[in-house]
Design a protein around this ligand. Structure first.
Ligand code: GAR
Length: 203
């Protein structure tokens, strides 16, 4: 794969600030071994789609409801990934669980960013603000974010990078979410993307 950039697809469901962090990192050169070629959203209203369009990245909307089944939904995503010769799939706020048949098809080629220090506050039911609500309820003084490979166990794949973030006494789930994004997610996700893409083009 020498002389070329790894081809990256980013899967999104919502605001897309992590997608934006990757786009900005590519623009600044912090990501230079990979190129975001495709964005796939499972929600037609996702603001992330506008971020992709503003950056000139093709964006596809694939709705599970329209596909009819989990299997057909995953098949459509897999087809788009394969047709676009994607090397690395990044789940960036992608709020859908992918089955083993999908994750094993792209073994060690799917990564996810999760807004806690795994193994705390992760697994089924822990996503978005709920993660920060649970962290505050528990009273942890430190939380953070994790980038990990995706396998058949929700948030259970091998950890790639983590970064800790302080919790303050007056935090709300919203203030904590923002700090975790700014201090951890938007840093470790682009960094992990560059590291993995560099490894891929080195092979
Ligand atoms: C991020 O905090 C991400 O870590 C989280 O959803 C948010 C999406 O924000 N993902 C999960 O909870 C997955 N389990 P974004 O759309 O602005 O990137």
């Amino acid at each position: 794969m020498a002389d070329r950039k790894a081809r990256v697809a980013v899967l999104v469901s919502g605001g897309g600030t992590n997608l934006q962090a990757i786009i900005d990192a590519e623009k600044s050169g912090a990501i230079h071994s990979g190129h975001v070629c495709l964005v796939i959203a499972n929600n037609a209203g996702a603001y992330a789609i506008q971020r992709a369009q503003a950056a000139g990245i093709p964006a596809l909307v694939i709705l599970k409801k329209e596909c009819g089944s989990q299997q057909a939904f995953e098949e459509q995503i897999a087809r788009a990934i394969e047709e676009n010769n994607i090397d690395l799939i990044v789940l960036a706020g992608f709020m859908a669980i992918l089955s083993e048949s999908f994750t094993s098809r792209f073994d060690h080629r799917i990564i996810n960013v999760h807004p806690s220090l795994i193994p705390s506050f992760c697994g089924a039911g822990f996503y978005g603000l709920r993660v920060h609500e649970a962290a505050l309820k528990k009273g942890v003084k430190v939380t953070g974010a994790t980038v990990h490979f995706v396998n058949e166990i929700p948030d259970g794949g091998e950890i790639i990078q983590q970064k800790a973030v302080r919790v303050f006494p007056n935090d709300t789930p919203e203030t904590l979410q923002k700090r975790v994004m700014r201090q951890a997610e938007w840093k470790i996700l682009p960094s992990a993307v560059e590291m993995l893409c560099a490894n891929m083009i080195d092979q």
